[in-house]
Unconditional design. Structure first.
Ligand code: DC
Length: 225
């Protein structure tokens, strides 16, 4: 079974994707982490992120892998664990730029398909283009969204808990900037697939969203049986 979860940052995709993967015994693939690892590779080589050819050459040559259980996922770049380093604001912003490059996207999509297809029980993939590009025939598609203010509030609280210093206003501005880039890029912009179940998580708690998603999955499984 392939489950696609798309949506803007801070809508709850990662938390809910991990919960679903654990509950259903599926592999969990955080595709944003792969773009972040690619961006980190480019930063480390000191190339300008505007130089699409240089960036894509570096990303093509980088070995990006994800390992471990959904809630203890490790992201490896050329064999090195970069799980924490890819979560910095600098890398998030670089990933948002690098992910506009078509050659980079092509390489990531290939990798994501091969990981998803080779997983014995199936896979939960979360990102921006899973239901539209990576697995257009996914068994279940979700589009999680929330008001920018709700997403910024959650992200700000998460960052604070991790000891990162920022302000709510700054976080909101960053979220708006990344959203704008995600929806306006020419290659695979963030869109809602026709068959996707759209869930606005602004005023829902995690358990409510999880139950809603699980009932959709059960419905699909029932229909397939
Ligand atoms: O979900 P995230 O914040 O970790 O994603 C990092 C960046 O990668 C974000 O700006 C959007 C981009 N991305 C993408 O373009 N396509 C995906 N499937 C996943 C992430």
């Amino acid at each position: 079974m392939i489950i696609a979860i798309d949506g803007p940052s801070g809508a709850g995709k990662s938390t809910l994707g991990k919960m679903l993967a654990k509950e259903l015994g599926l592999l969990y693939l955080d595709t944003g982490a792969m773009y972040r690892a690619g961006a980190l590779a480019a930063i480390r080589q000191n190339v300008s992120l505007d130089d699409a050819r240089a960036v894509s050459r570096i990303v093509q040559g980088a070995e990006i892998a994800l390992e471990g259980e959904p809630d203890a996922l490790r992201v490896l770049l050329d064999g090195e664990d970069v799980s924490s380093e890819i979560r910095t604001l600098k890398v998030a912003q670089a990933a948002s730029v690098v992910s506009t490059i078509s050659d980079v996207r092509r390489r990531m999509v290939e990798l994501q398909r091969s990981i998803g297809e080779s997983s014995p029980n199936g896979c939960v993939l979360e990102g921006r283009d899973i239901g539209s590009v990576v697995f257009p025939n996914a068994d279940v598609k979700f589009f999680l969204t929330a008001k920018p203010e709700a997403r910024a509030r959650r992200r700000y609280e998460e960052d604070k808990a991790k000891g990162h210093i920022s302000t709510y206003e700054k976080t909101l501005a960053e979220i708006n900037e990344r959203d704008q880039r995600d929806v306006s890029r020419s290659d695979s912009p963030l869109t809602i697939s026709d068959e996707a179940e759209v869930i606005d998580t602004s005023d829902l708690d995690l358990t409510e969203v999880f139950e809603q998603m699980m009932s959709k999955v059960r419905e699909k499984k029932g229909a397939a049986a």
